[in-house]
Design a protein around this ligand. Structure first.
Ligand code: ADP
Ligand code: MG
Length: 318
C-alpha cells in the first residue's frame, strides 16, 4: 500500500475574518509528484507555509513524514526541502560557494561540503557555471541552484512554491524533467504550486485544483476529466457536405454507434459526445452510409478544459 507522507485534514487559515485556506483535506503519497494548481490568491503559499510549520493553522491538522510541523518545525525542516518563490542567495558568492555554505551549515566538514556541492551542481546541470557569481545567474539557473541547495540535506520531501515562474520555456522543460527524475530515481515526494497548466499536466502524477482557499477537485488528469465531463470525455466534431448536417437519418445513424452518447448540430457541424474514442467507427459509418464526410476532429479534454471549467465556470469547447 502507498505510504502517506503528507496528510492535511480540515486545514484552515484565517486572517481576521478572511479565510485564506478553507478546510483543506489532502493526502500525498511517498514518491508522488503533486501539483497544487490555482490562480493568484488561491491560498497555495499559505498552505505551503503551514506544511512547513512557518505559519500556524487556525483549524485542522497537518502531518509531514509523520511529524506535526506546528509543534516540531525544526524536525520537519530536517526532512523537507523548501524552495520559496523568491530564492535568496549570496549574490557576490559563486554558485559553488553558496552551496558549500549551506552544506557547512548542515554540519558537513569542509571536504564533504565541497564534494557534495560539486556533485549536486553536476546533477542540476550547473557545473559549467559553478564559478560564476549567483548574482548574475538567470532565473532558470537560480531555480536550479535553489534545487541543489534544497537537496543538500537529502530531503524526503521537496516543496517548491511557483518554481517555474519567470523561466523561459526551454528552462521550464529542463527544470521539470529534473524534478521528475529526482522523484522517480530517489523516491522523493514533490509538491509544487503553479498556475502553468501545460507544464503541470506534463509532470504531475496528480493535481489539486485550488481556488479561493478550497480544493475544488484532485486526481490524475483522467479522473478529473471523468469527474468533470462525466460519461462524455471525448467530443468528435464532424463536417459533412450541404444539407447532411440537418439530416435526421444521418444523426440517428451516428447516435446508434456504440460509445456515442449524444449528437447535436453546432455551427453547421455535428458534435458527437462519446464515452470512448470511437472516431474511426464514426468515420467508417458515415462513409459506408454514403454521406460525404469533409472533416473529422477529435477533441480530448485536457487540463486547460478542466481549468476553464472550474476557474471560469464553464466548459471550454474551442
Ligand atoms: P497564492 O500563493 O495561491 O497566490 P496566498 O496563499 O499567498 O495565495 O494568499 C491567499 C490569500 O490570503 C490572499 O488573498 C492573500 O492576500 C491572503 N494572505 C496571505 N498572507 C496573508 C497575511 N499574512 N495576512 C493577511 N492576508 C494574507
Ligand atoms: Mg503564492
Amino acid at each position: 500500500m502507498a505510504e502517506e507522507i503528507i496528510k492535511l485534514k480540515g486545514l484552515t487559515k484565517r486572517y481576521g475574518k478572511f479565510t485564506a485556506v478553507d478546510h483543506l483535506d489532502l493526502t500525498i503519497n511517498k514518491g508522488e509528484v503533486f501539483g497544487l494548481l490555482g490562480p493568484n490568491g488561491a491560498g497555495k503559499s499559505t498552505t505551503i507555509l503551514m506544511l512547513l510549520g512557518m505559519t500556524e493553522p487556525s483549524e485542522g491538522t497537518v502531518s509531514v513524514c509523520d511529524i506535526d510541523p506546528i509543534s516540531n518545525p525544526v524536525e520537519v525542516k530536517r526532512k523537507v526541502g523548501y524552495l520559496p518563490e523568491d530564492v535568496g542567495f549570496y549574490e557576490r558568492y559563486t554558485g559553488l560557494e553558496n552551496l558549500v555554505f549551506t552544506a557547512r551549515l548542515n554540519g558537513l566538514s569542509k571536504n564533504e561540503a565541497e564534494k557534495k556541492a560539486e556533485s549536486l551542481l553536476e546533477r542540476v546541470g550547473l557545473s559549467e557555471h559553478k564559478n560564476k557569481k549567483a548574482g548574475i545567474y538567470s532565473r532558470g539557473m537560480r531555480q536550479r541552484l535553489g534545487l541543489a541547495d534544497v537537496l543538500i540535506k537529502d530531503p524526503e520531501v521537496i516543496i517548491l512554491d511557483e518554481p517555474i515562474l519567470g523561466i523561459d520555456p526551454y528552462g521550464v522543460k529542463e527544470f521539470l524533467n529534473l524534478i521528475i527524475k529526482l522523484s522517480k530515481q530517489e523516491g522523493i515526494t514533490v509538491l509544487f504550486s503553479s498556475h502553468h497548466l501545460y507544464q503541470v499536466q506534463q509532470v504531475c502524477d496528480r493535481v489539486g485544483l485550488f481556488v479561493g482557499g478550497r480544493l475544488l477537485a484532485e486526481g490524475d488528469i483522467n479522473s478529473l476529466s471523468q469527474k468533470l465531463f462525466g460519461n462524455s470525455p471525448y467530443t468528435v466534431e464532424i463536417g459533412v457536405n450541404g444539407h447532411s448536417v440537418t439530416d435526421d437519418n444521418l444523426i440517428n445513424i451516428i447516435r446508434e454507434i456504440d460509445g456515442v452518447e449524444n449528437v447535436s448540430n453546432v455551427n453547421n457541424k455535428l458534435l458527437a459526445e462519446c464515452s470512448k474514442d470511437v472516431t474511426s467507427e464514426i468515420s467508417k459509418t458515415i462513409i459506408n452510409s454514403g454521406y460525404p464526410l469533409t472533416s473529422l476532429n477529435k477533441k480530448e479534454y485536457g487540463l486547460d478544459d478542466i481549468y476553464y471549467h472550474y476557474f471560469e465556470g464553464g466548459t471550454k469547447n474551442e
